[in-house]
Every structure is written in C-alpha cells, then in structure tokens.
Write a protein that binds this ligand. Structure first.
Ligand code: FES
Length: 160
C-alpha cells in the first residue's frame, strides 16, 4: 500500500470505529435516502436547520447506512463538514470535498463518497422536506425489505 493510501486507510478505520453523527436526528427538517446500484448499499441522511444572522444554515446532520466502512467514514466526516453551511454552500460540495478529511480514497471506493454526496443532495432537495418527513419515511430496514426492492441473486461458485 502506498503511504497516501495507508494514511487514508487509517483515517477510515478510525472514523468507522468512532463514527460521528450516527443515527436518526430528532426534530430533523429534512431527510434523504439513496441506494447504490453498484453495491446495493444504502445511506440515509437527516438534516436540521437553524437561523444565524438571518441565514438558514445546517445546524446538524446525521446518517444511517447499510454501507461499507468507507461510506460510514465519509458520512461521518461529511456530517461534520456541512455543519454551519447554507444549503447552497453544501450543494457545491462534491464527494471528493466531503471525503477530503480522509485523504484520497482508492479508486474502488470513490463511489462510496458519491453515495454520501447523493444522500446529502436528496436531503437538501426542496421536495425532500415535504415528501420525506422524519416520521413518515420508512426505516432503512423497511425499505430494504420492501417488495419493490430488486432481489439479489446469489450465485455460488465451485468450491475450491
Ligand atoms: Fe458501496 Fe462502499 S462499497 S458504498
């Protein structure tokens, strides 16, 4: 492993061991849920706003995920990074920006950061606040078990 990848790996491990802002956010103003077709992982983000000097800014954001360690780590640092930002400012952030504190991610893990970016965009979309209120939104588990979810086919390979 190259030193930069090693550093990123250590930061991801640390964030997975001690994730920040994990769980449903009481009194959230908006929630967004996305799933990645690539890996079947899902991520939900809650956002709560407050007024500061006449500006509406993100007070707090939290997340839940059926995702890999990298998705957990990126969501953890991203929820900290967007705190205090306006919706417009938060929407300018790419997956790369949101995962920056972890260092550069290995190519295979870039989509994990994109999953976090998409969940954030979903939560900050104007209709997220009206259509997916906290108590109406199904839990991630309910969503995974929904009959509309595409079933995964598991093919076992020959034993070695
Ligand atoms: Fe899919 Fe990380 S492997 S979110």
């Amino acid at each position: 492993m190259k030193p930069a990848e090693d550093l990123s790996h250590n930061r991801i491990e640390e964030a997975v061991k001690h994730p920040k802002n994990l769980g449903e956010l009481e009194g959230a103003d908006a929630v967004g849920t996305v799933g990645s077709e690539d890996c079947g992982d899902m991520l939900r983000m809650w956002v709560k706003f407050k007024e500061v000097d006449g500006k509406r800014v993100i007070d707090k954001a939290t997340f839940q995920t059926f995702g890999c360690g990298t998705a957990i780590a990126v969501a953890s640092v991203a929820t900290e990074l967007i705190s205090g930002k306006t919706v417009e400012e938060a929407l300018t952030m790419s997956g790369e920006d949101l995962s920056a504190p972890l260092g550069s991610l290995p190519p295979l893990k870039i989509h994990c950061a994109q999953l976090v970016e998409e969940a954030l965009r979903s939560a900050l979309a104007p209709n997220a606040q009206a259509s997916e209120q906290k108590n109406v939104a199904p839990t991630l588990l309910q969503r995974m078990q929904s009959p509309t979810q595409e079933k995964k086919k598991i093919i076992l390979g020959p034993s070695k």
